[in-house]
Ligand binder design. Structure first.
Ligand SMILES: [Zn+2]
Ligand SMILES: [Zn+2]
Length: 344
């Protein structure tokens, strides 16, 4: 099968094509696993973190990609949850132990043995992948394959982030950075919390205009003072400065949710600007979002179908994965980037 393969870590400023297009042996489903013929796979900022070593794959070569939509093409021994040709999705959570206190308390995203699709196991930048059937999801009919793909990460983790903010309808929410996940959060908020004003902080005019089109109440630059205090903000940027700047806009008791698997080192000095009275005093909180649970994915897919929440997508061919990744790195973003497989 055709696959886009990462053989080693790379600095994307120097290596413009980190993935090799290769002929790769088709995987075989093991016990309890499905073989999935991939039709679409979303491109996520986390892939940049993997390539550049901020969350490195434990072994190489590795096939990236964790927002996978396809059809069941085979099943290993003991796998009977789906039929051949059923449409399923695979998300960032590839597996968890199922036995530890985290797994048993509904926090399988925090499991020590958490495995990530496209990092700890081969992912969807390929024509096929295998996955434990318990970690595959039926895709609601209302979505096309390409629409469903970005929902599986950007949407699911956006849903988890929004949940972790703890906001109620009518409370102000800030979105710091406006990429794939944030634009879906804005759409969720418009439906689920119709009286909540959303304030979007972004660098590019294209992002700001896009946010206004989708119903943001206000947009401004990353450093700008928000015209109203925020009950919560979600930071989806890879940098430190936006997080520090966001804290000043929180009201007393407000919460900043950081939805980034890693922060880049480049602007770490921004943390020295952290001013206790201005940024943290009066019980402001900072909370990170780690991974997703299956429940997040399932609940989010149901909500997305009920709304219905249609992501804006930009399509690329599988062999254009390097282009999509570079554009993501350079923040040439309008909605979510999705690789479409040959015949997919
Ligand atoms: Zn992702
Ligand atoms: Zn566990």
């Amino acid at each position: 099968m055709k696959a886009m393969v990462l053989k080693q870590m790379a600095d994307l400023r120097e290596t413009r094509a980190p993935l090799d297009c290769m002929d790769w042996p088709e995987p075989e489903p093991g016990n309890g696993e499905l073989l999935i013929k991939v039709s679409a796979c979303g491109v996520c900022h986390t892939e940049l973190d993997e390539i550049e070593g901020r969350t490195p794959p434990p072994r190489f070569p590795i096939i990236l990609g964790h927002q996978v939509v396809g059809r069941v093409a085979g099943a290993g021994a003991g796998a009977g949850r789906f039929n051949i040709h059923d449409r399923v999705g695979v998300a960032w959570i590839y597996s968890a132990c199922g036995k530890c206190p985290f797994c048993l308390s509904g926090n399988e995203n925090l499991c020590d043995h958490f495995k990530a699709t496209g990092r700890d196991a081969h992912g969807g930048y390929a024509e096929h992948l295998t996955v434990p059937e318990a970690f595959a999801y039926p895709i609601p009919e209302t979505f096309s394959d390409v629409e469903a793909a970005p929902l599986l990460c950007a949407g699911a983790i956006g849903y988890r982030s929004l949940r972790l903010t703890g906001i109620r309808d009518g409370q102000n929410l800030g979105l710091v950075g406006f990429g794939a996940s944030a634009h879906l959060v804005l759409k969720m908020v418009r439906k689920a919390y119709p009286n909540t004003r959303v304030f979007v902080f972004a660098r590019m005019d294209t992002e700001k205009n896009f946010a206004l089109e989708l119903g943001a109440f206000w947009t401004g630059g990353i450093e700008e003072e928000c015209p109203e205090k925020l009950q919560a903000a979600i930071d989806t940027t890879p940098a430190w400065k936006p997080a520090v700047e966001a804290l000043k806009n929180l009201q007393p008791g407000g919460r900043l949710v950081v939805n980034a698997i890693r922060k880049e080192e480049a602007d770490k000095n921004a943390l020295l600007k952290l001013d206790y009275p201005r940024h943290l005093w009066l019980e402001k909180e900072i909370k990170s979002v780690a991974n997703v649970t299956r429940k997040d994915v399932e609940e989010f897919l149901a909500l997305a179908a009920a709304i219905p929440l249609r992501p804006e997508v930009q399509e690329y061919k599988l062999e254009e994965a390097n282009t999509a990744l570079l554009e993501l790195k350079e923040r040439k973003i309008r909605g979510a980037k999705v690789l479409v497989m040959p015949g997919g």
